[in-house]
Structure formats: structure tokens, C-alpha cells
Design a protein around this ligand. Structure first.
Ligand code: TYD
Ligand code: MG
Length: 469
């Protein structure tokens, strides 16, 4: 048999080269090539899709002959987790859960695994990071009890799949995809070849046997799942854990979902007994908001299908050096520069000689344009040292001409602000008009919450007049 030839693979983008190179021509990464052994494409189970023992490979099937699979979703027993997944786990789906080390990936999956084992059937939890005893010690804190949960401290993919054949689980969890390796490759675990092989093998198992599978992925400092963009294409759903380790709350966000809305959010709180779903995240994010302080605005943003109130903070102070500094935490820095330019030019605010710092309280990050109006309001409020009228919430996109543009799903945002007791909402005039055309149907669920006054605005200048007390 011919010896497989070594190839050099870029660990960032997966490009293969016959020789080592200092810089990848495809993605521009430096020093990213690692030697791996090429596999003979004719060998191994990758030669046809989902070719598992017991599954006979077949030709193309007529669309009309395929039985419509019932879109039954299986609950994880944690409502916030079900929400991010789009209503529960779809049978046979492959889900990647990414996040920084120590943020709570293993904790969340162990809790879900215990619920799943109790309600549906056996669960196989394969861990390459912790021993069975360590997992059990954590499980005791989480109250796992005697659910049919099988732990396996193993990193060899072939061994894990053997156990899958033996245990016949209803759910597989692989913690983490960077620690497992296949005997078919000689490269180290965590290299792009290994990670990709792991994803492919578990994909075959998930689809072929209809077993939903979770892969845990570590995220590098720059925020990408280590190694492979390739992995995100393979899996059905990509979830990211966000949040700061020093805060107790955690946010799980769907960044790709073949079976549900993207950017859907689940909010949790890390407690002594694991992750607890937060039923009312707006209350959590507004909890420590200072009353009537300049530089603080309340934004109604929309994450996936969920409206959420968060506090946007700004601090404008005289710059002590020649060049002024602009810093943004939780929103795009370029967006901030753009909005400051709009404030200068269209609202006559003088900011050139000032340092501007903005922050989304509670460690959230927001990338929807509806944040614009809250941001300019907070900056103007801090600059003029005048607080925003108490009880006011705000949302809207700001254009380069200083015009306020309408945003999607205004009625959801308005209802959430009313639920949280806000009495006045400053929003794009176009949204008010469409809101008047189809009135806000039912009364708010919270009996005490009344209808808020809607103040439609057309320009930044008009908005600031309406907002600042
Ligand atoms: P873990 O799930 O091990 O993180 P990951 O798998 O993402 O690396 O979470 C570890 C952190 O969570 C650790 O700092 C301890 C904390 N924790 C609690 O606060 N309460 C608990 O009940 C558990 C199990 C963990
Ligand atoms: Mg872990």
C-alpha cells in the first residue's frame, strides 16, 4: 500500500499545500500551517454519506416519496435553552456549543443531559477533559440523581462510537471537540484535520441513527471557535455562550440555526447549583440602573424574537491629551465613530476635544441598528450633563443625514417597555404611524402596566429635545 503523503494544512481556513508556508495565501494568516497526513480518499467511512452499519446506502429518492418527518422537538427541560434551540432539540441534529473556558458549557449540558435522561432515554456524555469522578462531583451539585446518564472519559472517536453502539443513547454529548481524535489521522487533537473528522463522524452518527448530538467547542481569545470555520458549515446549529466571567449571568445565543431563528437568546444565572434560567432578563439588565443620572439611556432592543431592555451608558469627558479617545464596549466601535460624526454635524454637539466612552451595562453586546438613538441620547445627555426624562425608553436607527429611521418589530419593543413600567417611549415617527394603523391589540399582561405615551421623532435634534429633561 502506498504511504499517505504529508500535507500542510492551514489551521485557520483549512487550505492544503504540499509545502510549509509562512503565510496562508487564502486567509492571510501567518504561521498557521501544520503538517498532517493525507488520508486515502477511497478508504474509511467518509466514502459515502451516512454509511453506517445497518444503514443501506441508497440512490436518489423522489421528493414526494419521502415521508414528512414530524417536526417533533424534544425538550431539554430548561426553557431558556429550548428557546435558543428554536423550541427544543430536533431529532438527529448536530449542535455546536461554543464559549470561553469556564463559562458554563459543561454545566449547562450536564443539566440538560440529566433532564433528557429522565424524560426521554439514556444519554452518553463523553468527556475528554474531565474524569468520570469529576463529572459526578459536579453532577451532585446539580442534583443529577440516578438518571440513566452514561459517562465516558475517552478521547478516541472510534471508541466513543463503539460505546454509542453499545449504550444506544437518545442523546450524545462530546465535551469537547478539540480533545477528541481519530485513529485515522496522526495529527494532534485540536488540529483542523482532527476537529473536522470528529464533526464529520458525529454528523454521520447523528443523521444515520437519528441521535441528536452536542459538540462542545472552545473559543479562542479572538472569539472564533478554535481551528475551524469549517465546523460551522458541518453542524446544524451553532450556539455561543456569552457573558463575562465576573458577572453571574450568562447569555447563550444562536448564531446559526437550520431549525429556528438566529440570534435567539437564552439568559441564565450561574448559581451554586448550576445555571438557572432567568425568566425576566429585562429586569436583570436594568436592576442596577442609577436613577436620573446623565449619560444613561434605556434601549428596547430585539434579540432574535425576544424584546429586551438594556441600559446604554455614555461618559463624555474633556480630553487631557491632544487626541481624543473613543471607546465602545458591547457595540461596534465604528458605529460609535459614525454616530458621533452625525451628532457633530447634524445636532451641533461639539465633541472633537472630548473623550467618549460607551458601554452596554451587564456585558451584553448589541449589533442591531435600533441601538443608535439610545447611544446618541446617552452621549448627548452626558455631554450636556442633563439626565434623560425618567420613565423613558428609546429605540431607532440614525441615518447619516441625522434622520431617524424605522426599525423592525416596534410593537414587540413597545409592549416590553410597557411591561417594565416605562410610561414614555421615544421612537421613529414612521414606527408610530404604522403602530397607529394597526393598534396594539390586547392590553399588557401585567395588570399594573398601562399604555405608554409614544413620541415619534424624525431627526436627531428633535429626538434630543424630547429626551433630555
Ligand atoms: P464549566 O461548565 O466547567 O465551564 P466550561 O465547561 O465552559 O469550561 O463551568 C465552570 C464554572 O462554573 C466554574 O467557574 C464554576 C462555576 N459553577 C458554579 O458557579 N456553580 C455550579 O453549580 C457549577 C457546576 C459550576
Ligand atoms: Mg467544560
Amino acid at each position: 500500500m502506498k504511504q499517505p503523503k504529508p500535507v500542510f494544512v492551514c489551521q485557520e481556513c483549512g487550505t492544503q499545500q504540499p509545502k510549509w508556508q509562512g503565510k496562508c495565501h487564502d486567509c492571510g494568516a501567518f504561521n498557521s500551517f501544520v503538517e498532517e497526513l493525507a488520508v486515502d480518499p477511497g478508504a474509511g467511512p467518509t466514502s459515502h454519506r451516512y454509511s453506517l452499519a445497518g444503514v443501506v446506502p441508497q440512490g436518489a429518492v423522489k421528493y414526494a416519496d419521502i415521508e414528512a418527518s414530524k417536526a417533533d422537538r424534544i425538550s431539554t427541560g430548561i426553557n431558556e435553552f429550548d428557546r435558543v434551540l428554536g423550541g427544543g432539540i430536533v431529532p438527529g441534529s448536530l449542535i455546536l456549543l461554543g464559549g470561553e473556558p469556564g463559562i458554563g458549557k459543561s454545566t449547562l449540558l450536564l443539566q440538560a443531559a440529566a433532564n433528557f435522561a429522565n424524560a426521554v432515554g439514556p444519554v452518553l456524555y463523553a468527556s475528554g477533559e474531565e474524569s468520570e469522578h469529576q463529572i459526578k462531583a459536579r453532577g451532585d451539585r446539580l442534583g443529577v440523581g440516578d438518571a440513566p446518564l452514561y459517562l465516558l472519559a475517552e478521547t478516541c472517536i472510534e471508541r466513543i462510537l463503539e460505546e454509542v453502539g453499545r449504550v444506544r443513547p437518545a442523546l450524545i454529548i462530546v465535551d469537547s471537540v478539540q480533545t477528541v481524535f481519530s485513529l485515522k489521522f496522526q495529527s494532534a487533537p485540536g488540529s483542523i484535520g482532527q476537529v473536522r473528522e470528529a464533526a464529520t463522524q458525529f454528523l454521520f452518527t447523528a443523521k444515520g441513527h437519528n441521535i441528536p448530538t452536542f459538540l462542545v467547542g472552545h473559543v479562542t481569545k479572538d472569539g472564533s471557535i478554535a481551528g475551524p470555520k469549517a465546523l460551522e458549515h458541518v453542524v446544524d446549529t451553532v450556539l455561543y455562550f456569552e457573558g463575562e466571567r465576573h458577572h453571574s449571568h450568562r447569555v447563550v445565543r444562536a448564531v446559526k440555526n437550520r431549525f429556528g431563528a438566529v440570534s435567539e437568546l437564552g439568559v441564565f444565572e450561574m448559581t451554586g447549583a448550576g445555571l438557572r434560567p432567568v425568566p425576566n432578563p429585562s429586569a436583570l439588565f436594568l436592576a442596577e440602573r442609577p436613577a436620573a443620572t446623565p449619560g444613561s439611556a434605556v434601549l428596547c432592543c430585539l434579540e432574535g424574537s425576544r424584546p429586551l431592555l438594556v441600559e446604554v451608558q455614555a461618559l463624555v469627558s474633556t480630553s487631557s491629551y491632544g487626541t481624543s479617545r473613543r471607546m465602545a464596549v458591547g457595540i461596534d466601535q465604528n458605529r460609535l465613530s459614525l454616530l458621533l460624526a452625525v451628532l457633530e454635524k447634524r445636532a451641533g454637539l461639539h465633541l472633537v476635544t472630548d473623550d467618549v466612552f460607551v458601554n452596554i451595562a451587564g456585558g451584553m453586546s448589541i449589533d442591531e441598528p435600533a441601538v443608535d438613538l439610545a447611544l446618541v441620547a446617552a452621549v448627548a445627555s452626558s455631554l450636556r450633563n442633563r439626565p434623560i426624562t425618567p420613565g423613558t425608553a428609546v429605540f431607532g436607527e440614525v441615518g447619516l443625514g441625522g434622520e431617524i429611521r424605522g426599525v423592525a418589530q416596534a410593537n414587540l419593543r413597545i409592549r416590553e417597555a410597557e411591561q417594565m413600567g416605562f410610561t414614555r417611549i421615544v421612537l421613529p415617527a414612521s414606527n408610530v404611524e404604522s403602530e397607529m394603523a394597526e393598534p396594539r391589540g390586547s392590553a399588557p399582561q401585567n395588570a399594573e402596566a398601562g399604555k405608554a405615551e409614544l413620541v415619534g421623532v424624525r431627526s436627531v435634534g428633535e429626538a434630543l429635545d424630547m429626551l433630555l429633561a
